[in-house]
Every structure is written in C-alpha cells, then in structure tokens.
Unconditional design. Structure first.
Length: 265
C-alpha cells in the first residue's frame, strides 16, 4: 500500500523536534510538502532544511505560538502565501506538566490548557476556512494521548487537556464532514525516547509519585505494555500519515490508540 502526498501541503505544529518532527519526516518521505510550525524558530528552520535536503520536497519553517490567535492567523496566511493550499493539519504542539493536586501551580494548569487544548482550537480555527475554500476536503489529526482516555495520577491538567482533545475531535468531525474534512485523534502510549516531553523533571516527578528511583521509571512504564517496549516516534508517525491519506477516506471522528496494547479493553 503506497501512500503519496504529491503536491499536497501538510502543516504540523510542534514539529521542530520530538514526535512532530517524526510525523513531518514521514510526510516528507511520502512526497508531501511540509510546514514546520513551532515556537522554536531556529529548530523549525533546521528541521525544514533537513527534510527538504533528504526528501526533495518543498518545506517551510514558520514560527508560531499556538496560544496566540493573532500568531495562528498570521501563520496560516503565510502558508497560503507560499503554497496556496493546506490539505492536512496535524495538531501536535503540547506540553506535559505533572504535579500532585495540592502542589499544582495554577499558572502551569493554565499553560497546559492554553497549549494542549486552546492551541488546537486556535490553529484549527485559522486553518479550516482555508481548507474549506480549497474545496478539496482535507484531514485533521489531533495528537491526544492514552492519558486522554484513562486519567493518570498527579496529572490533572494533562489528562483533562487530552480528554478534551478526544471529544473536541468528534465535534469537529461532525462539523466539518459536509466539506469532506475528516478529523481523527491519535492516542500514543509512552514515547520514552526522542521526545522532549519525557524530561528529567517529568521523570523525577513520576519517581516521587511512584515511590521508585528515577532510573526505574522507564522500566516501570514498559512493564505495563503487553508488547513490552515503549512507543516510538515512528509508530505514531505511521498512524498519522495513514489517517491523513486517502486510504483512510471512510475514517472520521475516531480516537486511535498506538500503545502496544496498554489500554485495550
Ligand atoms: N512523549 C510522549 O510520551 C507522548 C505520549 C502521548 C502523547 N504525546 C503528545 O505528543 C505531542 C508531542 O509531544 P513530544 O513528546 O514530541 O514533545 P516535545 O517536547 O519533544 O515537542 C513539542 C514541540 O512543541 C513545540 N511547542 C511547545 N509549545 C509550543 C507553542 N506554544 N507553540 C508552538 N509550538 C510549541 C516545542 O518547541 C517542541 O518542538 C504532544 O501533544 C504530547 O502531549 C506525547
């Protein structure tokens, strides 16, 4: 099954690094022109240059803070100015700020919601009218998390933001279906390597929560997975690319786990 995105424009937020970069790489390898949209402007440019060089596609780096409506609108305008179309959107930029409820700083709660939930809304609000104007339909994939389906301890804001993404996805799938725009969410397991989310600070907070050493944290999470390995960036990217392609033309409004069987019911 060959998937190609020739002449299509794919916009991925938070794609300077981590899972987003892996997703952008898979789209570029499938012939798509990719927009690397990230707060980290220098990192976005480096990734865009790398993908253009390695895959011979057109790439664009654009700085955007997904918490700013003005920046999201300006970014979408710049992408239209360069490519004249947006076919696929991947909402991916997100943070994991984890604290027990008693110690949860209010500003960290607000920041989590501003990036992980409102950021997806603001980017989609900027992109969808342009997608609709193209008259070709399109695809939106929202990166949620297995934690959006089953809350994890000492992780209130992250769980709530990702649960919100799963439900918001369904609403958008109904709302945009008349225009042929499909919307799905992807719920990865623990991507322990190649992701900035699993920072030393996060591992320290999980060690405290679980009463284990920092060195034992990774194995603790691997032990919960029937396939006995962490989720990889490529596992997530393969699913996102499939869902964004015509091969998934009858799939919309669903959440899709990619978690080695961890959350099977
Ligand atoms: N790593 C995991 O185990 C895991 C598991 C499930 C879901 N996820 C989700 O995957 C997505 C990507 O996570 P990751 O692990 O690659 O994280 P990461 O920290 O490696 O990458 C996040 C990217 O988002 C960018 N970013 C952060 N704030 C931004 C903002 N306000 N505006 C624009 N860009 C911003 C960062 O600069 C960075 O390039 C997130 O939504 C995360 O919740 C991650």
């Amino acid at each position: 099954m060959e998937i190609r995105f020739k002449d299509q424009t794919i916009l991925i937020t938070g794609s300077a690094s981590g899972i987003g970069k892996g997703i952008a790489t898979e789209f570029a390898a499938s012939g798509g022109n990719v927009v690397i949209a990230d707060l980290n402007e220098a990192g976005a440019q480096t990734t865009a240059d790398e993908l253009a060089r390695e895959h011979g596609v057109q790439t664009m780096a654009v700085r955007v803070d997904v918490t700013s409506k003005a920046e999201c609108q300006a970014m979408a305008g710049k992408v239209m100015g360069r490519f004249g179309r947006i076919d696929c959107l991947v909402n991916n930029a997100g943070v994991t700020l984890s604290y027990p409820i008693e110690d949860f700083p209010e500003d960290k709660w607000d920041l989590t919601m501003a990036i992980n939930l409102k950021g997806y809304f603001l980017i989609t609000q900027a992109v969808v009218p342009r997608m609709k104007a193209g008259g070709r339909g399109g695809s939106i994939v929202n990166i949620a998390s297995k934690t959006g389906l089953r809350g994890s301890a000492a992780n209130s804001a992250y769980s709530a933001s990702k649960g919100g993404v799963v439900i918001m996805t369904q609403g958008w799938a109904r709302e945009f279906a008349p225009e042929g725009i499909r919307v799905n969410s992807v719920c990865p397991g623990n991507v322990l390597h190649g992701s900035g989310n699993w920072s030393d600070e996060l591992k320290r907070s999980y060690a405290v929560k679980l009463g284990i050493t920092v060195g034992e944290v990774e194995q603790h999470y691997i032990n919960q997975v029937p396939l006995k390995r962490p989720c990889t960036v490529e596992d997530v990217a393969n699913l996102v690319v499939f869902l964004s392609s015509d091969k998934a033309s009858y799939i919309t409004g669903c959440w899709h786990l990619v978690d080695g069987g961890q959350e099977m019911r």
